[in-house]
Design a protein around this ligand. Structure first.
Ligand SMILES: Cc1cc2nc3c(=O)[nH]c(=O)nc-3n(C[C@H](O)[C@H](O)[C@H](O)COP(=O)(O)O)c2cc1C
Length: 320
């Protein structure tokens, strides 16, 4: 079976500009959008939420919601954009999401999730997947996750991406909820072993190639979140390690391609240059020049008229 390496959905981070950048670094990883609520697509500017560049393929759209009819409608609205996968968010713990009664709190309503996924699958030709936690609050994570997978599985959902820690809905911020509840990879591995007919992807705390090499045999896929954003060159390493050993992309090609893209987005949509270049700020993370690169981008991006005003001085500042 082909394994999937993906970059996680991350609100305010994995917008289409970030995905364009990540795609240049790694042609074969699966990319996820930020979460978009079903209601935002139904009542808001769907085109603004859904448009993306063809080069981003393969790309999955993540939806948030808990009303089967609204989610089905959102899937239909998204259909013309030809996303490769639709994912339902059952893992986000923020208050805003809880007050809409979706995200991680859906872990305790698997029947609702089953009905949502069924309604989404009924109107979709592409796979509908679920991203969840291993549990919430003081529930027993072993039984909560098993029940969740069994019941949601009745919808025909075949792929679960599991962030291997609980979400504590009271008392922790969303950021703390990504670090404090302990990781339990073994539980997710057990779920994968018990359900050979399902595709189980592991997420949470994966930051190095070494870890990926160790974990990948136990799962159908791995999803990488913060490490991909904070150290984007990891994506080049992933492409080389798991898909294409000869893969190279040099800094000049990368920077020139991003500059052309940022200028084009500015011309076509009025997108400020900094909206694109902010995602490149960590490009040299971990190698010489990282600080100078970041500093020059921060100082120039807000007043830049073209991408060259930002990226050329930033690159010159670190080039010998
Ligand atoms: C800034 C930020 C925004 C996030 N937004 C979402 C989101 O919209 N939907 C979602 O399912 N998870 C979201 N997450 C969680 C990530 O998808 C992922 O599950 C989490 O960061 C754990 O993976 P990691 O340890 O590899 O970062 C977000 C994470 C971060 C850091």
């Amino acid at each position: 079976m082909i394994k999937t390496l993906s970059v996680a959905p991350m609100m305010d981070w994995t917008d289409r500009h970030c995905r364009y950048f990540h795609r240049l670094l790694a042609p074969s990883v699966l990319l996820y959008t930020e979460m978009v609520t079903a209601n935002a697509l139904i009542h808001g500017d769907a085109e603004r939420h859904l448009r993306y560049d063809e080069s981003e393929y393969p790309v999955a759209l993540q939806l948030g919601g808990s009303d089967p009819a609204a989610l089905a409608k959102a899937v239909q609205i998204a259909a013309p954009y030809s996303y490769d996968e639709i994912n339902l968010n059952c893992g986000c713990p923020s208050d805003r999401v809880q007050s809409g009664a979706f995200g991680a709190c859906l872990m305790s309503s698997p029947e609702t999730v089953r009905d949502c996924v069924k309604a989404m699958r009924d109107v979709s030709n592409v796979p509908v997947t679920v991203k969840c936690r291993i549990g919430i609050d003081d529930a027993d994570e072993q039984s909560m996750l098993r029940d969740f997978i069994d019941i949601v599985g009745q919808s025909g959902c075949k792929t679960f991406i599991i962030h291997a820690r609980k979400a504590w809905l009271q008392g922790l911020s969303p950021k703390e909820n990504r670090d404090i509840p302990p990781l339990n990879y073994d539980l997710v591995h057990n779920i994968a072993t018990e359900n050979p007919n399902l595709s189980i992807h592991l997420n949470g705390g994966i930051t190095t190639l070494e870890q990926m090499r160790t974990l990948l045999p136990n799962f159908d896929g791995l999803m990488i979140g913060r490490a991909a954003y904070h150290t984007p060159r990891l994506l080049i390493d992933i492409e080389r390690a798991f898909f294409n050993p000869d893969w190279v992309i040099d800094d000049e090609t990368l920077i020139n391609t991003m500059a052309a893209y940022a200028n084009q987005q500015q011309e076509r949509h009025g997108t400020p240059i900094k909206t694109v270049t902010k995602h490149m700020i960590n490009l040299f993370q971990g190698i010489q020049g990282a600080r100078k690169w970041r500093q020059t981008i921060s100082e120039t991006a807000h007043k830049a008229l073209s991408a060259e005003d930002v990226l050329i001085p930033a690159y010159q500042s670190i080039s010998p």
